[in-house]
Design a binder for this molecule. Structure first.
Ligand code: NPW
Ligand code: ADP
Ligand code: K
Length: 498
């Protein structure tokens, strides 16, 4: 069942900044007759609305119309639905500034318009407008799109609230009004949509929480924009991950497959070591070495682990290290691992103990994997600031540390210090919010590093497989972190089956 539901994720999904979309739009518009792009957008929007309604004839459709082109899209799409027999009412936030061509088209098609304040035509005042929204089968949110700044303005807030109360399906035009297209931030009230029909390209906000949650499912309408090769954000899909997963060949042996060293756990938190090793054993490395005080717990659970009671320096050959999960205050071990000339993944306590100057000075690559709380501590800001502005936070940290940073949470982002597209993980599930699941991820991604993946690929492939394992393990019910680790092979097979 899961094989089918994830099987269609087979192309890298990209998101472009508003600036890039605007430039591409201008270039295309210069070659097309006036209004052609808006007609393409409206046709795609109307088709999506019709699919959602099932039966267009006789349905009640309410358009929420702001004063820009986003409202124009809604009006033209409303006209198409009206021609197919829907009863369409446009609620105009600024009647004198509503898109004139769109409004005329709607009226010609038999639709009507009322003012959000109830002034124009039959609307029965603001309360009447809200009632109209609550009784609709479909609400189309064309209040504001990529031209928006800040949260919704006060006059639009009651309309968004009525749409949320309504049993109607809510379709957002291009973006849910009130969310930040570029960053995914939501300041104040925003429209909550069941479906967002976006034009030309995904915008970063549609892939990053909290805005992503407001968008519902997202449908991309191709309007012919020509976009640059490098997007601002990219999400790996099954086929991309399948290409990156390390698979042993005939000539492979355990050392050639890579040895991952795990320096984790403490007398107080032996479980973190066990979970990191559990992830590492399923991550593609040929051998897992463990150093630290939780060796007994590790060997009892996983006898295949090479356990050493010496420090990392004396552990023998290792192609990549994981340091930090459950490590307490063991700064010496963190320092020793960071001194190694191999890729290092720093997680949990290790993040607190790793000095920025030391990380920056490393010659081999570093992958840091903070959750929002840890990222906030490193940046010296509130956790809410990181959760509200994940893209800025992950980029800032990558820049400061000269490292690849994987910011965990409801939307996991991976940024490289050299700039370029930020990766966003599409497989996450809130079932992963369970103690120790981050330890599993650190072992898994560390193992991928040892197998030879770059920090960006190890982080994004690790997060992808970890998220999929979380979904497979949970299948709609709570799971523990060890269940997630045990589901990694199934997730791996699921990816390779494509
Ligand atoms: N790109 C493309 O290729 C294509 C783009 N197309 C479409 O055009 C859309 C962009 O249109 P746009 O540029 O006219 O801006 P838009 O989003 O309607 O917003 C501006 C209006 O909103 C207002 N406003 C601002 N902030 C607000 C807030 N917080 N809360 C409430 N209101 C707020 C602002 O008011 P003002 O500041 O002027 O008073 C202004 O009137 C795009 O998203 C897509 O749908 C397609 O048709 C074709 C292809
Ligand atoms: N709401 C959520 N939606 C999706 N994934 C989540 C959510 N909350 C946490 N996760 C994921 O669960 C894991 C938790 O890791 P972490 O916070 O380090 O926990 P721990 O330290 O207990 O292991 C991360 O992979 C993170 O991305
Ligand atoms: K909108």
């Amino acid at each position: 069942m899961l094989g089918r539901s994830y099987g269609k994720l087979d192309r890298m999904r990209s998101a472009y900044s508003v600036e890039t979309v605007r430039t591409a739009e201008r270039q295309l518009m210069a070659r097309l007759p006036e209004g052609a792009l808006m007609q393409r957008a409206a046709a795609g929007l109307a088709a999506a609305c019709a699919d959602l309604l099932g039966r267009v004839y006789g349905s009640r459709v309410v358009l929420l119309v702001g004063s820009g082109d986003n409202g124009g899209d809604a009006l033209y799409a409303g006209a198409r639905l009206a021609r197919r027999g829907a009863g369409v009412t446009a609620v105009l936030l600024a009647p004198e500034r509503a898109h004139a061509g769109g409004l005329a088209a709607l009226r010609r098609a038999g639709g009507r318009a009322v003012s959000a304040g109830g002034a124009e035509g039959a609307g029965g005042g603001a309360a009447g407008v809200e009632e109209l929204i609550e009784r609709a089968d479909l609400v189309v949110d064309g209040i504001v799109g990529i031209g928006g700044k800040g949260g919704l303005r006060p006059d639009a807030v009651p309309l968004a609230a009525a749409a949320e109360r309504s049993r109607a399906a809510v379709v957002a035009v291009d973006l849910p009004s009130g969310v930040d297209a570029g960053t995914g931030e939501v300041r104040g009230v925003a429209v909550r949509a069941d479906l967002t029909v976006t034009f030309g390209a995904h915008k970063p906000g549609l892939l990053i929480d909290p805005a992503r949650e407001y968008a519902g499912s997202v449908r991309l309408v191709d309007i012919g924009l020509e976009l640059p090769v490098e997007p601002e954000l990219e999400a790996l899909q099954h086929a991309d991950v399948a290409r990156l997963l390390p698979v042993p060949r005939a000539e492979s042996d355990k050392y050639r497959r890579g040895v991952v060293g795990i320096a984790a756990g403490s007398a107080r938190y032996p479980g973190a070591a066990v979970l990191a090793v559990a992830g590492a054993l399923r991550g593609g490395a040929g051998a897992v070495r463990y150093v630290g005080p939780a060796g007994d717990a590790v060997i009892t659970r996983f006898p295949e682990t090479l356990v050493s009671d010496q420090g990392p320096k004396h552990a023998g050959r290792v192609q990549a290290w994981v340091v930090g999960p459950g490590a307490g205050d063991d700064a010496a071990t963190v320092g020793e691992v960071l001194a190694a000339d191999v890729p290092v993944l720093v997680d949990a306590d290790g993040l607190r103990l790793a000095e920025a100057g030391v990380v920056r000075a490393r010659r081999a690559p570093t992958l840091m994997t903070p959750h929002a709380g840890e990222a906030a501590a490193l940046l010296g800001v509130d956790r809410a600031e990181v959760e509200g502005g994940r893209l800025a936070a992950v980029r800032e940290l990558a820049g400061r540390y000269g490292a690849t940073v994987l910011l965990k949470g409801s939307t996991t982002l991976i940024a490289d210090s050299g700039g370029g597209a930020v990766r966003v993980n599409p497989t996450g599930t809130a079932w992963l919010a369970t103690a120790g699941s981050g330890d599993v991820l650190s072992g898994l991604a560390g193992s991928l590093l040892a197998a030879g993946l770059s920090t960006v690929d190890a982080g994004s492939v690790g997060a992808y497989v970890h998220g999929l394992a979380g979904r497979l393990a949970a299948d709609g019910a709570p799971v523990g972190a060890h269940d997630v680790a045990e589901a990694v092979p199934e997730a791996w097979r699921n990816v390779l089956a494509e």
